[in-house]
Design a protein. Structure first.
Length: 108
Protein backbone atom coordinates (compact mmCIF):
# COMPACT_ATOMS: atom_id res chain seq x y z
CA UNK A 1 0.00 0.00 0.00
CA UNK A 2 1.61 3.17 -1.22
CA UNK A 3 1.20 6.40 0.67
CA UNK A 4 0.77 9.60 -1.20
CA UNK A 5 3.10 12.50 -0.63
CA UNK A 6 0.44 14.40 1.33
CA UNK A 7 -0.31 11.36 3.48
CA UNK A 8 3.37 11.10 4.43
CA UNK A 9 3.48 14.79 5.37
CA UNK A 10 0.30 14.41 7.42
CA UNK A 11 1.74 11.44 9.27
CA UNK A 12 4.96 13.32 10.03
CA UNK A 13 3.10 16.47 11.11
CA UNK A 14 0.78 14.46 13.33
CA UNK A 15 3.64 12.75 15.15
CA UNK A 16 3.86 14.14 18.67
CA UNK A 17 7.01 15.93 19.68
CA UNK A 18 8.40 15.57 23.14
CA UNK A 19 10.41 18.37 24.66
CA UNK A 20 13.64 17.31 26.29
CA UNK A 21 13.14 16.77 29.98
CA UNK A 22 14.34 19.49 32.29
CA UNK A 23 15.24 19.04 35.85
CA UNK A 24 13.04 21.07 38.14
CA UNK A 25 15.89 21.34 40.63
CA UNK A 26 17.68 24.65 40.84
CA UNK A 27 21.40 24.34 41.26
CA UNK A 28 22.82 27.19 43.28
CA UNK A 29 26.50 27.76 43.02
CA UNK A 30 28.05 29.82 45.75
CA UNK A 31 30.61 32.42 44.87
CA UNK A 32 33.99 31.55 46.34
CA UNK A 33 35.41 33.61 49.17
CA UNK A 34 38.81 35.23 48.84
CA UNK A 35 41.62 35.66 51.35
CA UNK A 36 43.47 38.89 52.00
CA UNK A 37 47.02 38.08 53.06
CA UNK A 38 49.42 40.73 54.35
CA UNK A 39 53.13 39.91 54.11
CA UNK A 40 55.93 40.97 56.42
CA UNK A 41 58.36 43.62 55.18
CA UNK A 42 61.23 45.68 56.53
CA UNK A 43 59.73 49.14 56.20
CA UNK A 44 56.21 49.22 57.74
CA UNK A 45 56.04 49.76 61.48
CA UNK A 46 53.88 47.66 63.78
CA UNK A 47 51.78 50.74 64.48
CA UNK A 48 51.21 51.52 60.80
CA UNK A 49 50.19 47.93 59.97
CA UNK A 50 47.84 47.76 62.94
CA UNK A 51 46.25 51.15 62.18
CA UNK A 52 45.81 50.24 58.50
CA UNK A 53 44.00 47.03 59.44
CA UNK A 54 41.75 48.96 61.84
CA UNK A 55 40.96 51.58 59.23
CA UNK A 56 40.17 49.32 56.28
CA UNK A 57 39.00 45.92 57.56
CA UNK A 58 35.37 45.99 58.78
CA UNK A 59 34.83 44.74 62.31
CA UNK A 60 38.53 44.82 63.13
CA UNK A 61 39.26 45.47 66.80
CA UNK A 62 42.47 47.01 68.14
CA UNK A 63 43.38 43.76 69.91
CA UNK A 64 42.78 41.64 66.79
CA UNK A 65 44.73 44.11 64.61
CA UNK A 66 47.68 43.86 67.02
CA UNK A 67 47.51 40.03 67.04
CA UNK A 68 47.53 39.96 63.23
CA UNK A 69 50.37 42.47 63.09
CA UNK A 70 52.43 40.23 65.36
CA UNK A 71 51.57 37.20 63.23
CA UNK A 72 52.64 39.08 60.09
CA UNK A 73 55.96 39.98 61.71
CA UNK A 74 56.82 36.68 63.35
CA UNK A 75 55.31 34.22 60.84
CA UNK A 76 55.89 36.25 57.68
CA UNK A 77 52.23 36.64 56.76
CA UNK A 78 48.67 36.60 58.06
CA UNK A 79 45.22 36.18 56.58
CA UNK A 80 43.54 39.38 57.73
CA UNK A 81 40.11 38.95 56.10
CA UNK A 82 38.09 36.36 54.16
CA UNK A 83 34.95 37.14 52.19
CA UNK A 84 33.33 37.88 48.82
CA UNK A 85 35.62 38.75 45.93
CA UNK A 86 34.39 42.28 45.29
CA UNK A 87 34.91 43.35 48.90
CA UNK A 88 38.23 41.49 49.06
CA UNK A 89 39.45 43.41 46.01
CA UNK A 90 38.52 46.71 47.65
CA UNK A 91 40.18 45.98 51.01
CA UNK A 92 43.23 44.51 49.26
CA UNK A 93 43.62 47.67 47.19
CA UNK A 94 43.14 49.94 50.22
CA UNK A 95 45.76 48.11 52.29
CA UNK A 96 48.14 48.19 49.33
CA UNK A 97 47.61 51.93 49.00
CA UNK A 98 48.61 52.25 52.67
CA UNK A 99 51.94 50.76 51.65
CA UNK A 100 51.43 47.29 53.13
CA UNK A 101 53.05 44.41 51.29
CA UNK A 102 50.23 42.27 49.95
CA UNK A 103 50.10 38.73 48.61
CA UNK A 104 47.89 38.32 45.51
CA UNK A 105 44.25 37.61 46.29
CA UNK A 106 43.48 33.91 46.29
CA UNK A 107 40.35 31.84 46.63
CA UNK A 108 39.74 30.65 50.17
Amino acid sequence: MAMTHSAVLSAIAAAPTVAPSRSSEVTRQHYPNFKIIVLNDDFNTFQHVSESLLEHIPGMTPDRAWELTNQIHFEGQAIVWVGPQEQAELYHMQLGMEGLTMAPLEAA
